[in-house]
Structures are given as structure tokens and as C-alpha cells.
Design a protein around this ligand. Structure first.
Ligand code: 5GP
Length: 209
């Protein structure tokens, strides 16, 4: 029997509130061949978040230790907290042939591009900035000040969409999950032709300029 193929690392970046978690969760639930990478973070758990499932919650000194020991593929500071993908979170999965979704922000995505050439990068955009703001407010987890900060970060993140391999709009959740599934299927087949220019980042970048 031939060795199983290595899994594909797939970065999904998006401004906070674009619905990235729901879209990624939707795909992982439908597809046994793909799993989440569980990140480390120094932020406190939100209600309902479980250690080891949503994040590995660590304090600043443990995060410092991991950075110094080069245990991260990538890490970044976002909104006052640090987040990182450890090599441990992805290597075993990739080696066993499981594709891995890295749900991370833009600075981290750039590091992955530089350090993991096999990775493919998708960027999820909201239908508009107004919709993004509505979603952040509807979530009810952040203060007004936090929401303003997240919107300011979102504007700078959206300016980076042209650096990605694919751009997807999250208008209707099920459609976006299917779109991400189509991208993953094309990557597995090693043939991007069926995708045409549907997910062309340049076209999406023009909308948010
Ligand atoms: P939240 O605090 O809302 O869970 O996450 C804030 C931001 O950090 C989101 O854009 C999320 O995707 C990103 N993030 C989560 N884990 C990682 C990680 O391991 N690395 C990087 N660079 N960003 C991450």
C-alpha cells in the first residue's frame, strides 16, 4: 500500500465577526477528513469555551516560553492578547493525512505563507462593513469600545485580502460552507480549474477599497 498523502494546511482568515468560526465548524462537521488546529492564547476564556477544544488557554509567561523555544509555526498579538499555532497542533494531523484548518488573523496568515509553503490561504469577507458591525453587536460578547476596536482592526485586515489565494463572501452560512468545501475539494484533487475565478481575491479587494 502506498503511504497516505500528507494533509493540507488551510488557513482561513477573516475579520472578527465575519462568521469564520461558524463556516469552519460547518465544514469540519460535514467532512471527516478535516480538523481544526487548536491555538494557544493568552486571552481569558469566553462563556462556553473549553480548554483544549476552543483554545489552549495559557498565561503570558508560558506563551513567552513557547515563543523562545520556537514552538510556534506562527503567532501574533491581536487586540491586546497573543494567539499562536503550535507545531504540535498541526504536525501529527498533517502526517496522518488529515487536512487542517487554521482559523487565524492576518499577521499569522502571512507568517504561515512564509514558513509553510504547502499551506493555502483563504480569506472570508463579510457582505459589507455594516453587516460586520451588526454581527459584532448581535453577538453580545463585547463592549462598545471592544467593538470599535474590532471594526478598526477589520478595516486594516480587509485591506490584505489581495495577499490570499482565495476570497469568499460569507453572506448565507450554508453557501459559504459549500464554497469552502469546493476549495478544499479542488486542493485535494490538485486541480484548481473547477473553481474558475469565483474566489478571485482581486475582485473582492476592489469592493473593500
Ligand atoms: P477571538 O479572541 O475572537 O477568539 O480571536 C481573535 C482573533 O485571533 C481572530 O481573528 C482569530 O481567528 C485569531 N486567532 C485565533 N487563533 C489564532 C492563532 O493561533 N494565531 C493567530 N495569528 N491568530 C489567531
Amino acid at each position: 500500500m502506498s503511504a497516505a498523502r500528507a494533509g493540507i494546511p488551510i488557513v482561513v482568515a477573516a475579520p472578527s465577526g465575519a462568521g469564520k468560526t461558524s463556516v469552519c465548524r460547518g465544514l469540519v462537521d460535514l467532512d471527516d477528513g478535516i480538523e481544526f488546529s487548536v491555538s494557544h492564547t493568552t486571552r481569558s476564556p469566553r462563556k462556553g469555551e473549553r480548554p483544549g477544544v476552543h483554545y489552549h488557554f495559557v498565561d503570558a509567561s508560558e506563551f513567552d516560553r513557547m515563543v523562545a523555544a520556537d514552538e510556534f509555526l506562527e503567532w501574533a498579538e491581536y487586540n491586546g492578547n497573543r494567539y499562536g499555532t503550535s507545531w504540535d497542533a498541526i504536525e501529527g494531523l498533517l502526517a496522518s493525512g488529515t487536512d487542517v484548518l487554521l482559523e487565524i488573523e492576518v499577521q499569522g496568515a502571512r507568517q504561515v505563507r512564509g514558513r509553510l509553503p504547502a499551506a493555502r490561504l483563504a480569506f472570508l469577507v463579510p457582505p459589507s462593513m455594516d453587516v460586520l458591525e451588526e454581527r459584532l453587536r448581535g453577538r453580545g460578547t463585547d463592549s462598545d469600545e471592544q467593538i470599535e476596536k474590532r471594526l478598526a482592526i477589520a478595516r486594516t485586515e480587509l485591506a490584505a485580502v489581495g495577499e490570499f489565494d482565495y476570497a469568499l463572501e460569507n453572506d448565507v452560512l450554508e453557501r459559504c460552507v459549500a464554497d469552502l468545501g469546493a476549495i478544499v475539494a479542488a486542493l485535494r484533487a490538485g486541480d484548481p480549474a473547477p473553481l474558475g475565478d469565483r474566489f478571485d481575491p482581486a475582485a473582492v479587494a476592489a469592493r473593500f477599497r
